[in-house]
Design a protein around this ligand. Structure first.
Ligand SMILES: O=C(O)C1=C[C@@H](OP(=O)(O)O)[C@@H](O)[C@H](O)C1
Ligand SMILES: C=C(OP(=O)(O)O)C(=O)O
Length: 482
């Protein structure tokens, strides 16, 4: 199977409550809203607690506390790290290990729990549906030489792991598939110890980060050649810890030197989450300014805003500064309305990766723009929680949008010459995919009438306060609790 060949899968069933949106403006929208900390930076900060020389007590401020980040807590617990949550502050401390229960697997009657090399036991670590958690954890384990089984839920068990397993094994780790080839669960043993130039097969930042974390944790020099410079939070974090990294065209190098993890890590606001209130504000029109402060404005993440700015939307960045962790942050300022905004294009690898999680959202915004918008180089989206090209198109079609699925992207046919886009409220599927469900809810705020997003409350995976933030920008949205 090629690295980007699809193994079909979809969410088995809807398990989250529905979300209901009563479209049209209600009340006076706030002029400033805040969004939670960045999911990717939160994952990396938590995993820093496993790096050599990490402090006994690591504090992470403004952490994202969605399900995807929480998915790491039990695995860290099984490795002897307790995570305390106080507001949005996480404290990670050494503690007695708390084993995780094994998730049964039809092909694995006996799980490795000890071996002659690991007489004290091989912990079982499970990161639910979060692929970033599993992949980055595997990288750190391979670099620190801790044996463990890493697993995920039934959806994560379908997502590719060969993107990281092959390069980590090239560097001398010993990672084996316990069930289906290329998939979780894996047994990680054998520490990264060979200095190599490694070619990464995909643009996935999780892949590059897992291998880089493995090399840095092991102190082994590497050169990673990559097809696209996707989000670079791992590089920025490790550089802030003192690791000497070099960047050249299509490559990241590490010289094998030591780094040290500080006792406190601050997480900037998540630009992928800021995209929803900004989109709601733009879609619902009527002028007025919305400000979202302290958002990570790392250019490998701001594709959603940048693409809309290029198409003529009034989105601006203010109060720019750089955090101690090396991340650019600032205030996103958006003026409501899409008048004069043209169709959007995001069809080169760099732009696509800078908005990879916002593809469902840019697709529904594009459905309201004149002409034909194009999203390309997006084959990787078929390997997310769902095949997000298919689920985005099906969600948008339920509103009456015309979205065609291409092998590597989407074509969105927006409003025609008369300015009509034919969109209407109704019942739309959320596919138990948080990005798809939140994009649907955001579009629904701009359509008259009631929209029900089935299973829409799965937004808690990345954005626990999503409904409160949309209400703050004037939407009428609630979760169906029956
Ligand atoms: O590195 C990360 O934290 C992430 C990278 C992206 O995935 P890929 O790296 O697989 O593209 C993104 O979709 C995911 O939400 C988080
Ligand atoms: C795809 C996502 O995350 P992950 O790949 O870590 O599951 C996401 O948050 O949209």
């Amino acid at each position: 199977m090629s690295v980007l060949e699809v193994k079909g899968h979809d969410r088995p069933a809807t398990i989250s409550p529905d979300l209901v949106v009563e479209g049209g403006r209600t009340g006076r929208p706030a002029s400033t809203v805040e969004v939670p900390g960045d999911k990717s930076v939160s994952h990396r900060a938590l995993l820093a607690a496993l790096l050599p020389g990490a402090p006994r007590r690591l504090t992470i401020r403004n952490a994202n506390l969605g399900g995807a980040v929480r998915a790491l807590f039990p695995a860290l617990g099984a490795l002897g790290l307790d995570t305390l949550v106080e507001g949005d502050v996480l404290t990670v401390r050494r503690a007695a290990p708390v084993p995780q229960p094994v998730r049964p697997h039809h092909g694995i009657p006996h799980w490795p729990d000890s071996s002659p090399s690991w007489p004290d036991g091989i912990p079982y670590l499970e990161t639910a549906g979060s692929s970033a958690a599993a992949r980055l954890l595997i990288g750190v384990l391979a670099g620190t030489g801790r044996a463990a089984v890493v697993d995920g839920d039934d959806v994560l068990r379908h997502r590719p792991m060969d993107w990281i397993v092959a390069p980590l094994n090239e560097l001398g780790s010993d990672i084996r598939y316990l069930g289906d080839p290329g998939r979780l669960p894996v047994l990680v043993s054998g520490r990264v110890h060979r200095s190599r130039r490694v070619e990464l097969a995909v643009g996935s930042a999780q892949a590059r980060s897992a291998v880089l974390l493995g090399a840095v944790a092991a102190g082994v020099p590497v050169e990673l050649r990559h097809p696209v410079r996707s989000r670079d939070h791992t590089e920025r974090m490790l550089a802030a810890f003192g690791a000497r990294l070099t960047e050249g065209p299509g490559a990241v190098g590490y010289d094998g030197g030591a780094c040290s993890v500080p006792p406190v890590i601050d997480v900037p606001g998540d630009p992928s989450l800021a995209a929803y209130p900004v989109a709601a504000h733009l879609l619902r029109g009527g002028g007025g300014e919305l400000r979202i402060p302290d958002v990570c404005l790392n250019p490998t993440r701001t594709g959603f805003f940048d693409v809309l700015r290029r198409a003529g939307a009034a989105v601006d960045y203010q109060d720019l500064r750089t955090t101690a962790g090396g991340e650019p942050v600032g205030t996103v300022v958006a003026r409501a309305g899409l008048d004069g905004v043209r169709a959007v294009t995001a069809d080169d690898p760099g732009t696509l990766h800078a908005l990879i999680d916002e593809v469902p959202l840019i697709a529904v915004v594009a459905a309201r723009l004149p002409g034909t918008s194009r999203i390309g180089c997006a084959g990787e989206l078929r390997f997310k929680e769902t095949d997000r090209l298919e689920t985005t198109a099906r969600m948008a079609a339920a509103f009456g949008a015309r979205v065609a699925v291409e092998p590597d992207g989407l074509t969105v046919h927006g409003s025609g010459a008369g300015g009509t886009d034919g969109l209407s409220a109704g019942t739309v599927p959320g596919f138990e995919d948080h990005r798809v469900a939140m994009a649907a809810a955001t579009l629904a705020t701009a359509l008259l009438g009631r929209t029900t997003i089935t299973g829409g409350a799965c937004h808690t995976t990345s954005f626990p306060g999503f409904t409160a933030v949309l209400r703050a920008v004037g939407a009428a949205i609630h979760e169906v609790t029956l």
